[in-house]
Design a protein around this ligand. Structure first.
Ligand SMILES: Cc1cc2nc3c(=O)[nH]c(=O)nc-3n(C[C@H](O)[C@H](O)[C@H](O)COP(=O)(O)OP(=O)(O)OC[C@H]3O[C@@H](n4cnc5c(N)ncnc54)[C@H](O)[C@@H]3O)c2cc1C
Ligand code: SF4
Ligand code: SF4
Length: 445
């Protein structure tokens, strides 16, 4: 069988990986984009609006997802994971595992009739477990590709999806994991971030308090496509009248091993506070913070606008969160600007601004050095911010450290330039485009 060769492998289809793929593909390089989830989009597709412009996230992300899927130089491999990478004389040999969707990718039309027929509901990971999805479903309304995926762990094999599906043999309970291989000249790591676990801090309720949520949950509550279509407390469905943010609830915290600042939390808390003020004009919003780090262009003005809108900023240290008999969170807080006076304040809803952790550890497969903070090490961040210590391997976005969307896009452009320069320097005429109709064959070889 012919070995397929790409100019670049991009690992991770969040905003950074999509942008790096597009920047490489637009220059004529062939790209294999490997994403572990059934859809590309990363964290950004689930966000409500972006700071500091308050543009709709979905409106920015969806066209990029579509451009990636339709670009003639990009071969998209979703629900796949790289298993092994071996350095060769001429680049890297890549082994990929394709997880079974139990749906035929070539024939599924994304009509969702299987989803409507399935009787088993599950918590929706896309909606941060606040909404429900079916055991077989198209991952979310703007997913790319629009192909269903079936969760065999929760399936009762009732066959209702198979009966409802209008395409013959499209639901396929016999699928098994498959492996395929290709070669690439260069690799761009774009594996993004996860947040620190919500149950990590016992003093903040260890994830057990009914109306203490995290920033990503609030993003879904604020999003037009969110689980409830409005902001309510997940504990009892009540509309909150008093909402508080606890900053650095997972960053700059030695006890969690996260000593760094996660860079985006101040800005997303301010953004969410402004969006809440728009949706619930009578609600009080308080932000308990140690420092506000509004570092980017237009960010300080954004912060000042939030203050002018009436968001209360309290310089403080939150020692503990408990709840009263009505499940209202009670915040015990030391007021730094009032001689460290300790008070207890009751709110309807508390949002923890959790820290950012690496989304993956690429060290075992790609053998790139990892920095002390756990993110991929970049030896010369000022001159070559995407270059790792291994030749031909580059990093972009939050895989290299906590980063907002603007910086993720900038580093994606940088990674694409670095990778292109590397490919040019090492080109030997082998890189060839995989025809669209053969992409699936490759994945099923
Ligand atoms: C609550 C909250 C609100 C935010 N709001 C804003 C905002 O308003 N404005 C702003 O600028 N920033 C905001 N951010 C930050 C923003 O989410 C990040 O800057 C951005 O998502 C980083 O993009 P990325 O592509 O690097 O990572 P991600 O979005 O994490 O994407 C990484 C992708 O890689 C995939 N992946 C991971 N490991 C593997 C693997 N081994 N193999 C294959 N695929 C893999 C993942 O599934 C994912 O699709 C917010 C963050 C949070 C937590
Ligand atoms: S067979 Fe499984 S996925 Fe299909 S409808 Fe029944 S429970 Fe849902
Ligand atoms: S599996 Fe069948 S019913 Fe489900 S989305 Fe695909 S074509 Fe439609």
């Amino acid at each position: 069988m012919e070995t397929y060769k790409f100019d670049a492998l991009v690992v991770g289809g969040g905003i950074a990986g999509m942008q790096a793929s597009l920047d490489l593909a637009d220059q004529g390089y062939t790209v294999a984009l490997v994403e572990k989830e059934p859809s590309i989009g990363g964290k950004m597709i689930a966000l409500s609006k972006v700071f500091p412009t308050l543009d709709c996230c979905s409106c920015i992300t969806t066209p990029k997802m579509s451009a990636v899927a339709h670009h003639e130089n990009i071969s998209l491999f979703t629900y796949c994971e790289v298993q092994a990478v071996e350095e060769e004389q001429d680049g890297y040999a890549v082994q990929v595992l394709k997880k079974p969707r139990y749906v035929n990718e070539n024939t599924c039309t994304g009509c969702r009739l299987c989803e409507y027929a399935c009787p088993i509901d599950l918590p929706s990971a896309f909606d941060m477990n606040m909404g429900a999805i079916r055991t077989v479903r198209v991952p979310f309304s703007t997913a790319v590709p629009q192909i269903a995926v079936l969760d065999m762990d929760n399936c009762i094999l009732c066959g209702k999806c198979e009966t409802a599906c209008p395409v013959e043999d499209c639901i396929d309970f016999t699928q098994v994991p498959e492996e395929f291989e290709f070669e690439t000249q260069s690799i761009v790591l774009a594996t993004g971030y996860e947040t620190t676990p919500i149950d990590a801090k016992a003093e903040y309720g260890a994830g057990k308090l009914h109306n203490v949520i995290d920033g990503l949950m609030m993003e879904r509550l604020l999003a037009p496509t969110g689980p409830y279509g409005r902001i309510i407390r997940p504990g009892d469905g009540k509309e909150p009248e008093s909402i508080a943010y606890v900053q650095c609830a997972g960053s700059r915290d030695e006890t969690l091993g996260v000593e760094y600042c996660s860079r985006v939390c101040c800005m997303y808390a301010i953004k969410q506070a402004m969006l809440i003020s728009g949706s619930l004009p009578l609600a009080d919003v308080t932000i308990y913070y140690m420092d506000i780090r509004a570092f980017g262009k237009g960010y300080e003005e954004f912060y000042q606008n939030a203050k002018a809108m009436g968001v209360e900023f309290v310089k403080s240290k939150v020692a503990r969160i408990t709840e009263d008999e009505d499940q209202n969170p009670v915040v015990r807080v030391e007021l730094i600007e009032e001689s460290a006076r300790v008070v207890e304040r009751t709110h309807d809803l508390v949002v923890l601004s959790l820290g950012m952790l690496p989304g993956d550890n690429p060290q075992p497969i790609y053998r790139v050095p990892i920095a002390e903070d756990g993110f991929v090490s970049v030896p010369s961040p000022n001159s070559t911010p995407s270059k790792t210590n291994r030749q031909g391997i580059f990093v972009t976005g939050a895989a290299g450290g906590p980063m907002d969307i603007v910086d993720s896009i900038i580093t994606a452009g940088n990674a694409a330039i670095e990778a292109a320069a590397y490919i040019e320097a090492h080109k030997n005429g082998h890189a060839a485009q995989v025809p669209a109709d053969e992409e699936m064959e490759l994945a099923h070889a």
